[in-house]
Design a protein around this ligand. Structure first.
Ligand code: SER
Length: 319
């Protein structure tokens, strides 16, 4: 990896992956690409930024020709709940965008990181210790795109030699940029509300266990996988990775250690609850640990402490 394009750069993962890549590979070697015409200030100040729509192959090809990168982190995507509201748009962005990225990577010789998700599993997948290789029959359009994307990425590797790699991310928790319309978003929203209002109404019910990860681990995973020795990779698209598994009431208890008066109530959203009920509670990520030495650094306790510290500073020290 010498020169890198990040699509979806202004999103939840991109806004933290771009600075991490720039620190490592230099600002001029990391091109942030998003659909916004005016992104965050630091994106323009600290490196190159280009506006592009991944569903338009011509605009994407122009970026390939202009910037001459060798690796793409392709992050543009609609999340699960928002995708369910508009399945046609989800297919267009999530599959259409990926197809364009793969086709151009084949033509211009680029490596591709494409994130998959716990959403690539479905109601008949084993939910505890979900194996790396198991049943994948998701019931959401988001999941249909993720499974299709995994297969398409593997196909481009086996048939065209495109160096495609990916991870199945769990719910990602971060303070810099909010996720947009996912099922695991409660685990991010809860921190903002806990600090601002000392109360939160959760849209998933008590006892809903899901895999989760703090953003620094998620960013490191993407970079480490793309730097991994290809001869050690038996899998490619995509590796199970996880850092913690918890239910809403367990996260509440952790937050109450720092904000004792924090109150949690529940108003279940049936759409997101049924999505969550079809996803793993805890994935087995031993293939990632064995093949490229994946290891998370943040537990539920570490993540909660760091989120509260950083978010309360960001929000003006209201604790
Ligand atoms: N966090 C995503 C979502 O909830 C899953 O990958 O949609």
């Amino acid at each position: 990896m010498k020169r890198i394009l990040v699509t979806g750069a202004t999103g939840q993962i991109g806004s933290e992956l771009v600075p991490a890549l720039r620190k490592k590979y230099g600002g001029d070697n990391v091109i942030a690409a998003g659909h916004r015409k005016t992104p965050q200030k630091d994106f323009i100040e600290e490196g190159l930024y280009t506006t592009l729509d991944v569903t338009e192959i011509e605009s994407l090809e122009k970026a390939f020709q202009e910037y001459r990168f060798d690796t793409i982190f392709h992050l543009s995507s609609l999340l699960s709940a928002v995708a369910e509201e508009n399945p046609q748009a989800a297919w267009k962005v999530n599959m259409g965008g990926l197809y364009n990225v793969l086709e151009l990577s084949r033509k211009y010789g680029c490596a591709v990181f494409s994130p998959s998700s716990i959403g690539a599993f479905g109601p008949n997948t084993p939910r505890n210790n979900t194996p790396q290789d198991t049943i994948q029959r998701p019931s959401t359009i988001y999941g249909v795109c993720k499974v299709s994307g995994e297969l398409l990425c593997d196909y481009y590797f086996t048939h065209y030699g495109v160096d495609t790699r990916g991870v199945r991310y769990p719910g990602l928790i971060s303070y810099k940029t909010l996720p947009g319309g996912g099922t695991t978003d409660y685990a991010v929203d809860i921190f903002f509300r806990a600090i601002q209002e000392k109360s939160y109404t959760c849209f998933l019910q008590k006892g809903t266990y899901l895999d989760m990860m703090y953003m620094p681990d998620a960013v490191r995973a993407a970079i480490e996988l793309m730097e991994a020795d290809p001869s050690q990779l038996k899998h490619r698209n995509a590796f199970n990775i996880t850092a913690m598994s918890f239910a809403p009431e367990e996260l509440t208890a952790q937050i109450q250690k720092y904000i004792p008066g924090f109150l949690m109530s529940y108003q279940v959203d049936p759409v997101r609850q049924s999505i969550a009920d079809s996803w793993p509670r805890h994935m087995d990520d031993s293939a990632a640990r064995d093949e490229w030495s994946w290891k998370p650094q943040y537990s539920l306790e570490d993540m909660t402490k760091d989120m509260i510290d950083r978010l309360s500073k960001k929000m003006g020290g209201t604790l």
